[in-house]
Design a protein around this ligand. Structure first.
Ligand code: UD1
Ligand code: CA
Length: 468
């Protein structure tokens, strides 16, 4: 039944009320652009081939941001209103010789919390009522700013018209039921009426909402369905409204994890993206951010002020305060921080330790190995049971190219040593503290790479005496 639906997503507007240079539909909530949320919901109803994004303001940026979803694009070079956007769709289908879909579901690029279940209920209601237009509505605590839906009789589906806030007769509060900006149309009935739209309204735009009155005048059926939840149809016209939706999404993510056995202290302070997974019995302290495609095992503790993005953690991992992880992989029972920085390609082995002010990048630290203090480990493969002393640096960059450092198992690298890559340090070696190592070190060896100390007994006392 749903296969008869094509989908149009209105995403051409500038978003003047945001006062931002970024196009509105690319502003992010829940870690993802508004438009990507809407496209994800749309895909539950129709394949990407049948989803048409209407783009205009900063079209190139908008298209680039969502092109991976595979949706179609229709250009609306001048944004003359939501009705005009539909005229552009009609023209696009006509010029490309595409048969219009029997029914059209219209979504707003700035109404991002809409759920697939609600869209399914709306399309089903539209078909069951054999309506020319079906409007998804809600009754929010404060309807100000929205278009208002006038029903013919209270409690019945039939609608007589939609009146925009700006066009309400002076002093009239208007209907408390708002237009969500989400509709179903019988496509032929919509397209036949688009030419009748006028700009005789407070905004001087072609309103898609005026189609409701036009269809009623023709004797066609226009009905409304009230959404189960108000939140999912709230629009995002200002930054404050967006942050309200963002908070709602983050809270929903935290609640989903808590329902699965994760302890989150002060969930209102944590920022958790929708795709993040965390296993039961992990504890998340206040002010933690878990972002992107992050997955965390069970029995872990993530202490305050850590930010973990696109990373995978095993079980029983301890992340102390203030760690930053990006595209990192951390195996069971490892311990990080405080203030460790794991950059992309970091792989921390089972029970390994990465301590304070240690930065890793494209570095693998083997099972049980430790780098506890003040180190940079980049382009390095480090074996198991190895100890990296305080202040050790892998000098991986010669100003032009990056080079690899390979360190074996059970190695002891003394504090403040510099390993100039490319270099290999064999198993069971010992590098003396303060060494600059420029040549490979074979297994079982001691390597010293520092100038010899000279001590002059009595030298200071002699100088003092000479000054008298
Ligand atoms: C619109 C509805 C209003 C409804 C509200 C719900 C109209 C006239 N009004 O008002 O009844 O309560 O949504 O959120 O439709 N857009 C285009 N091309 C344009 C103009 C807008 O693609 O020429 C897009 C915008 O990018 C946006 C969407 O259409 O994604 C809605 O436009 P917006 O200006 O935000 O309309 P509202 O004033 O919110
Ligand atoms: Ca809007």
């Amino acid at each position: 039944m749903q296969s008869t639906f094509g989908i149009a997503i209105l995403a051409a507007g500038k978003g003047t009320r945001l006062k931002s240079r970024r196009p509105k539909v690319l502003h992010e909530i829940g870690g993802q652009a508004l438009l990507l949320h809407v496209i994800a919901a749309a895909k539950s109803i129709a394949p990407a081939d049948n989803i048409y994004c209407i783009v205009g303001h900063e079209a190139d940026k908008v298209m680039a941001a969502v092109k991976d979803t595979g949706v179609q694009f229709v250009h609306q070079p001048e944004q003359r209103g939501t009705g005009h956007a539909m005229q552009m769709l009609e023209q696009h289908l006509r010029l490309t010789g595409t048969t219009p879909p029997e029914n059209l579901l219209v979504l707003s690029g700035d109404v991002p919390l809409i759920r697939p279940e609600t869209l399914a209920a709306l399309t089903e209601f539209h078909l069951r009522k054999s309506a020319a237009m079906t409007i998804l509505t809600a009754v929010p605590p404060n309807p100000f700013g929205y278009g208002r839906v006038n029903r013919v009789f209270p409690g019945e589906a039939e609608v007589s018209a939609i009146v925009e806030q700006k066009d309400l007769p002076k002093g009239e509060p208007g209907s408390p039921e708002i237009n969500s900006g989400i509709y179903c149309f019988e496509t032929a009935a919509l397209f036949a009426n688009l030419g009748k739209l006028t700009t005789k309204n407070a905004s001087g735009e072609l309103y898609l909402t005026d189609i409701a009155g036009l269809l009623v005048q023709e004797g066609q059926r226009v009905v409304a369905l009230q959404a189960d939840s108000v939140d999912e149809v709230l629009g995002a016209n200002t930054i404050a409204e967006m942050m309200h939706l963002d908070a709602a999404m983050r809270l929903a993510a935290a609640q989903r994890l808590m329902a699965q056995g994760v302890t989150i202290f002060r969930p209102d302070t944590c920022v958790i993206d929708a795709q993040v997974t965390v296993a039961a019995d992990t504890v998340i302290e206040p002010y933690v951010q878990l972002l992107g495609a992050t997955s965390i095992g069970s029995g872990c503790r993530i202490r305050s002020y850590s930010v973990i993005q696109d990373s995978t953690l095993g079980d029983d991992v301890l992340v102390r305060n203030g760690c930053i992880l990006q595209e990192a992989r951390v195996e069971d029972a490892a311990q990080l921080g405080p203030y460790a920085h794991l950059r992309p390609g970091s792989e921390i082995g089972e029970a390994a330790h990465v301590g304070n002010f240690v930065e890793t990048k494209k570095a693998r630290l083997g099972k049980g190995s430790k780098a506890n203090h003040l180190s940079y480990l980049g382009d390095a493969v480090i074996g198991a049971g190895t100890n990296i002393g305080a202040g050790v640096i892998t000098a991986n960059y010669d100003g032009v190219n990056k080079h690899q450092t390979t360190i074996g198992d059970h190695v002891f690298i003394g504090s403040d040593s510099t390993l100039v890559a490319p270099i290999t340090v064999g198993d069971n070696t010992l590098i003396a503290a303060g060494s600059t190592i420029t040549e490979d070190v074979p297994a079982d060896s001691l390597a010293l790479g520092r100038s010899r100390q000279t001590t002059k007994p009595g030298w200071v006392a002699a100088r003092k005496a000479a000054r008298k």
